[in-house]
Structure formats: structure tokens, C-alpha cells
Design a protein around this ligand. Structure first.
Ligand SMILES: [Zn+2]
Length: 167
């Protein structure tokens, strides 16, 4: 157990609370940020023609750690799961389709988890965009099926992004 005097304890709690309050969701990608629009979305050096689609905000961190993603991101906030009553309308798919209309995007990398739900979500997005002319790829299955990005090691995840396949 860590012993802390009361003053230190209060300032520690205060710091935690202010960190929590300053974190919000980016207005574009829905990733976590302290800004209105995150540093990745507003970066002039990143490839804005390539969007990596993920289920959760924290997936951005896992993919950033691999150093293999030069593009930007879009968080869906989950995956299609009929058993839990989560249909495409509950996810940020509409926002994704709007971005595709408004931004000059050439490629989508679908990095949803290699689970039944993640695959169903990737399938839904790719069929919605069948005639759009946008190149769609899916992270390669170096990641074990049924696992999530969170549990893939950095090497495996990096390899899966490098060897992505047309969807
Ligand atoms: Zn963003």
C-alpha cells in the first residue's frame, strides 16, 4: 500500500479529475483528445486520402504504436451485434459515409476486430460502398480470429496492417 499524506492525496485526486475532464472525443474521428479536433485529424503531414476504420478510440493507440499507419482514423464506437441490439444505425457509419462525401478519400482500411461482429461490420461497410470507387481493404488475419486488436502484439498488428488485403 502506498502511504500518502492528505494534502498530496487531494492534489493527486484533483489531477486525475482534471485529466478526465479535459479529455473529449474528436469531432471528426471520435478518437480521444484534449482538443476539438485531434492532432491526427488536423495533421498536415498525414495522408488524408487513407482512413483506418476502428471499433474503439483506444484502437487508434494500438495502431499508432505499430508506426505502420500514415493515414487518419474513424472510430465506429462498436461493431454490429444483432444479439445485443446493435445495428449499423447505432454506430458512426453515417458519419463515415458523410466524410467520404466531403473529404477526398481514396482508401479505407477496415481494422475492426477479427471477430464475428467485427467481420460483419467490415462486410456491411464494404457492401455500402460497393459502387463508390473507394478502395477498401481489411487488415490481414495475422491476428488470431476471435481476438481483439488490444491483445495483438505490436509486431503482429504491424504486419497485419502492412499486408492488408482487398476486401
Ligand atoms: Zn480526430
Amino acid at each position: 500500500m502506498i502511504r500518502m499524506d492528505e494534502d498530496k492525496f487531494h492534489s493527486f485526486i484533483h489531477t486525475l479529475v482534471s485529466i478526465k475532464e479535459s479529455i473529449k472525443f474528436c469531432k471528426v474521428c471520435a478518437g480521444l483528445t484534449e482538443l476539438e479536433i485531434c492532432e491526427i485529424c488536423s495533421s498536415p503531414i498525414r495522408n488524408s486520402k487513407l482512413i483506418c476504420v476502428v471499433e474503439q478510440p483506444e484502437d487508434i493507440l494500438f495502431i499508432e504504436n505499430t508506426g505502420e499507419m500514415s493515414g487518419k482514423y474513424h472510430v465506429l464506437n462498436g461493431s454490429i451485434s444483432p444479439l445485443d441490439g446493435i445495428g449499423p444505425d447505432k454506430l458512426r457509419i453515417k458519419e463515415l459515409l458523410n466524410r467520404l462525401k466531403e473529404e477526398e478519400i481514396e482508401e479505407l482500411l477496415l481494422a475492426t476486430n477479427p471477430t464475428l461482429e467485427g467481420d460483419a461490420t467490415a462486410g456491411y461497410i464494404s457492401s455500402s460502398l460497393k459502387d463508390s470507387g473507394i478502395k477498401i481493404s481489411r487488415i490481414a488475419h495475422g491476428i488470431s480470429v476471435g481476438s481483439t486488436l488490444e491483445f495483438a502484439d505490436q509486431y503482429t498488428l504491424g504486419k497485419a496492417i502492412r499486408s492488408r488485403l482487398p476486401f
